[in-house]
Design a protein around this ligand. Structure first.
Ligand code: AMP
Length: 462
């Protein structure tokens, strides 16, 4: 049996101390299996999903060997999406709290180049980013990777699926051969093996225990006749379970839009997330979902990759997923951190074979259940109590969350309990307020000055 105590590892004492302050009592399965080898400097391929603790597995490895006095880029972490890159950077910063002056920089697409170039000129120890943008920086000469000694590929299978193979090749070519390479992937298709052969040296393989034994997720399956019945089934299930936050997975962008529109017509508060959205709309959608002013997110698998949402009450598979891995990954987004979650999957006769595959994969039998009785149609869809306001000022204007909170609650303002999440961007900010206080909040923010300047404020609807 592998020991699970972090203290059994050859880790810097400061890192270990910080782990207990983060509440990490013992290693997760993937950490226990991979850290001893990572700390020895070896290459490693690890099969493990989001939620397995994989970020800390590679994060502790790279932080333990990083020399903070040497102000050069020493580590590159490649991720398929900006959301995952942000999530990884966040976790690394948490793990690195005891290392002073460490600089972790994210480089992702969909945002302007200028500020990234500026940050690169100031230097960094660790780069976390998406392959396309990192390749662009290399091409422009705004980034050099000569001093990198650790390369990490996170969700490598997704990077390939998203067509990043060429960018990966171009990046790896710029990194010295004398390095440690760690590859994390939920699945292990042939292309990953091919990459591993090309860029790794005698990698050790570890496979974390699958998360599909998560007993706190109740899975339900429903058989539907046609698309008309499919959307009605979804409506019934939403009314029956009344989840505060849920994701509905669809197979195509078109379907995402259709389902979102129909649910909105039925009075639900649903937002769409798919690859065709402008970056700004995508950000707003995520903000509204995260701050609870939208309760249902309708998404494709690719768009929902790497989303950092850990309190989903329910996952709905509008169509059962194409393969069982994807199904388990979707369903694993609910019931996290010990909370109870439900997962409802819809399928038609034509899709029955996928249920068969899933039965094999999960090693259980699946029986379709009866849909909720139509009496639930008398219920009115629950809408969120919060709404989102956008301000046209942010970090650049030296705005801090406290300034916004102060303006809202001070001087005959709204109660603090009516203010939700506040998120700051470069030149904008989002704040959630309860709908009951909307008018007053709009008035306070547009009349009062923030940091001595007038700000424009508007409610984001859709
Ligand atoms: P990840 O799979 O890297 O996305 O991590 C999933 C979550 O588990 C993150 O929120 C981590 O902060 C948390 N986590 C990672 N390692 C541990 C640990 N050993 N004990 C408790 N929580 C952990």
């Amino acid at each position: 049996m592998t020991t699970k105590a972090f203290s059994s590892l050859n880790l810097h004492p400061d890192l270990i101390k910080n782990l207990s302050s983060l509440g990490y009592e013992e290693m997760t399965d993937i950490q226990a299996q991979s850290l001893p080898h990572i700390l020895k400097g070896g290459d490693l391929i690890a099969q493990g999903k989001t939620g397995s603790g994989k970020t800390a597995a590679f994060g502790l490895g790279l932080l333990n060997k990083l020399n903070v006095k040497r102000f050069r880029i020493q580590t590159v972490v490649l991720c398929p999406t900006r959301e995952l890159a942000d999530q990884v950077a966040k976790e690394l910063r948490k793990l690195a709290r005891t290392i002073h002056n460490i600089k972790i920089l994210t480089l992702c697409g969909g945002v302007p180049f200028g500020p990234q170039v500026g940050s690169l000129e100031h230097g960094a120890h660790i780069i976390v980013g998406t392959p396309g943008r990192i390749e662009d920086h290399l091409g422009r000469g705004t980034l050099t990777l000569h001093d990198v000694d650790t390369l990490i590929l996170d969700e490598a299978d997704r990077m390939l699926e998203m067509g990043f193979q060429q960018s990966l090749d171009a990046i790896v070519e710029q990194i010295p051969n004398q390095r440690q390479t760690l590859l994390f992937s939920a699945t292990y298709p042939k292309q990953i093996q091919a990459i591993a052969n090309k860029i790794m040296k005698q990698p050790e393989m570890v496979e974390a225990k699958s998360t599909h034994t998560n007993l706190s997720i109740a899975q339900h399956f429903y058989k539907v006749e046609d698309d008309q019945q499919r959307i009605e089934a979804l409506r019934l299930l939403l009314l029956q379970h009344e989840p505060e936050t849920s994701i509905i997975f669809c197979n195509t962008k078109k379907e995402v839009q259709e389902v979102t529109n129909t649910l909105s017509n039925y009075g639900f508060s649903a937002v769409a997330l798919h690859g065709d959205l402008e970056q700004r709309d995508r950000d707003q959608t995520l903000v509204r979902f995260a701050n609870k002013s939208a309760s249902i997110m309708v998404a494709t698998d690719v768009a929902a990759r790497g989303l950092d949402i850990d309190t989903l009450d329910a996952v709905f598979n509008y169509h059962i997923a194409r393969d069982s891995e994807v199904h388990v990954h979707r369903v694993g987004r609910t019931g996290r951190a010990g909370s109870k979650g439900i997962a409802c999957s819809l399928y038609s006769e034509k899709e029955s074979y996928k249920v068969g595959l899933l039965e094999d994969y999960l090693d259980r039998t699946i029986e379709p259940e009866l849909l909720p009785d139509t009496s639930v149609l008398s219920k009115i869809p629950k809408t969120p109590i919060m709404t989102t306001l956008q301000l046209d000022a942010g970090k650049k204007q030296k705005i801090r969350p406290g300034d916004i909170l102060g303006a809202l609650t001070g001087d005959n303002g709204i109660p603090g309990a009516d203010v939700g999440k506040i998120q700051l961007g470069a030149t904008w900010a989002y704040v959630a307020v309860s709908k009951a206080s909307l008018k007053k909040a709009l008035r306070k923010l547009s009349q009062d000055k923030l940091k001595g300047r007038n700000v424009r404020v508007r409610q984001i609807t859709s």
